[in-house]
Design a protein around this ligand. Structure first.
Ligand SMILES: Nc1ncnc2c1ncn2[C@@H]1O[C@H](COP(=O)(O)OP(=O)(O)O)[C@@H](O)[C@H]1O
Ligand SMILES: [Mg+2]
Length: 445
């Protein structure tokens, strides 16, 4: 293929969001790689114009949950630009509800899940449910370390929790009795598992979050978990993909807990993804990365500080005449493949009530909740505005990720001193201001 036939590549970045890809992940790409950064808040038109002006054909990068709907509009305005991964593929990135809708549509095994926009319907379901239930805020794959994930052992506990948290929708799942008190993370490129490991919960914890004292192991990842991850990756048509999978200790059956294109990965994994994308976009001119199945067991023996600095790992294909170790010969039947092209109808139907139906309830809820927050704030410790953490901001009633990030940035840049200035800057609405202001301590003067 002649060099000029390669598509023009752009990397999609967002202000405040950690970058997954870097130009260095596309080692050997002969042309200039553009970057386009989304600045949030009314930046749609400018962003679209920049992509057009730079003649970008392919835009690579993850879109965070809050920007998902905006980027569906952006991608419609740019019909000739290929998004990698496509907006359809990124559907489960947006929320846990979307993960469930995705698994249901494609018949991918998941824990029995109830999603309710109507509180009473949700409570009726929870009265009859089997316990424990795992109740979650329906948010994107989070880095909040299970902050919005709760276990209820009875209806009374579930009700107490939801009366307090007021999650909408109510998202509740049968708890899977976790084999080895852990769950599995499986990462795939072109539908082939390239890394997988167990994550075990910390002492006395039920949540398997390594940031809460858990540990991990690359050994003994079961084949049925890999197969389920491949099924999900194919259904999503994902160039790259990760699944969190629970194994039922009684039946050994695997269940998807989360799946998304957004996940944390060492740089050498991102290099493989870059290589895979170059292989795809060049019609095979660039070499497809070869990653032997279970090579993670060997790489996983290295210290994470070493793994963090490894780059551009290259595995040759096993040749029987060469002196290769047995494990290099691929076990299992997983091939790295091109993904199918996404189509609009890949997106599952929404179950969310239309905005008009939802509005009165939402308004009512906000008032109910403002009273609750007032009383709890009077009893509890007030937050010093300048020391508020992103997690605290994120947990405020009806807070959007975008707004939380903006507030945090304003504080860090010392552009605001007091909570009241947020309303003056039109960063938050007067309604939000009146609800949230009670939680913040007034300055002593
Ligand atoms: N249905 C479930 N059954 C058993 N454990 C669960 C279930 N759902 C979540 N967990 C546990 O809680 C952890 C966090 O849940 P998850 O849905 O991954 O939320 P997040 O990562 O956004 O905090 C999981 O890694 C798992 O250990
Ligand atoms: Mg998780």
């Amino acid at each position: 293929m002649a060099k000029k036939q390669l598509p023009k590549l752009g990397l999609l970045y967002m202000d405040y969001v950690l970058r997954f890809f870097d130009k260095s992940n596309f080692k050997g790409w002969p042309d200039k790689i553009e970057t386009v950064t989304y600045h949030w808040k009314n930046d749609k038109t400018r962003f679209i114009n920049e992509v057009r002006r730079k003649n970008i054909d392919v835009l690579v990068g993850n879109i965070p949950a809050t920007a998902y709907e905006t980027f569906r509009e952006i991608s419609h305005a740019l019909p000739h630009v290929r998004f990698i991964p496509s907006l359809e593929t990124q559907f489960p990135n947006k929320s846990k509800e979307n993960v469930t809708l995705f698994c249901t549509k494609h018949d991918i095994q998941q824990p029995k899940t109830g999603i309710f926009y109507d509180k009473e319907e949700g409570y009726d379901y929870l009265k009859k449910a089997t316990y424990p239930q795992i109740i979650k805020r329906s948010y994107g794959p989070s880095n909040y370390g299970g902050y919005f994930v709760h276990k209820a052992d009875s209806f009374a506990e579930a009700k107490e929790l939801l009366d307090e948290k007021k999650y909408n929708p109510i998202y509740t799942q049968d708890a899977i009795p976790l084999k080895y008190s852990g769950d599995l993370r499986v990462m795939l490129i072109g539908h082939k598992p390239i890394c997988a490991f167990w994550r075990f919960s910390g002492e006395g914890e039920w949540i398997t979050n390594t940031s809460q004292g858990g540990s991990m192991s690359y050994e003994n990842v079961p084949m049925n978990a890999l197969e389920l991850a491949v099924k999900a990756s194919k259904a999503a048509k994902a160039e790259y993909w990760a699944c969190d999978i629970a194994i039922d200790e009684n039946t050994d059956e695997p269940y998807i807990l989360e799946c998304a294109t957004a996940f944390a990965a060492f740089p050498y994994v991102r290099d493989w993804i870059g290589q895979y994308i170059m292989w795809d976009l060049s019609g095979g001119k660039f070499r497809m990365p070869h990653v032997p199945l279970f090579s993670w067991e060997e790489l996983g023996k290295m210290d994470p500080s070493v793994l963090r600095t490894l780059r551009h790992l290259y595995f040759a294909k096993y040749e029987p005449s060469a002196d290769g170790a047995y494990w290099l010969a691929d076990k299992g039947n997983f091939d790295m493949e091109l993904t199918d092209e996404s189509v609009e109808s890949d997106i599952p139907d929404s179950i969310e009530p239309l905005a008009e139906d939802k509005l009165p309830a939402a308004v009512k809820e906000a008032f109910v909740n403002s009273e609750d927050q007032k009383s709890s704030a009077q009893e509890g410790e007030k937050i010093n505005f300048k020391e508020v953490t992103l997690t605290q901001l994120m947990s405020l009633y009806s807070m959007e990720e975008e707004t939380a990030l903006e507030i945090k940035q304003l504080i860090d840049d010392e552009k605001v001193e007091t909570f009241d200035e947020l309303e003056e800057l039109e960063c938050i609405t007067p309604e939000q201001s009146s609800i949230w202001s009670k939680l913040f301590a007034k300055l002593p003067f």
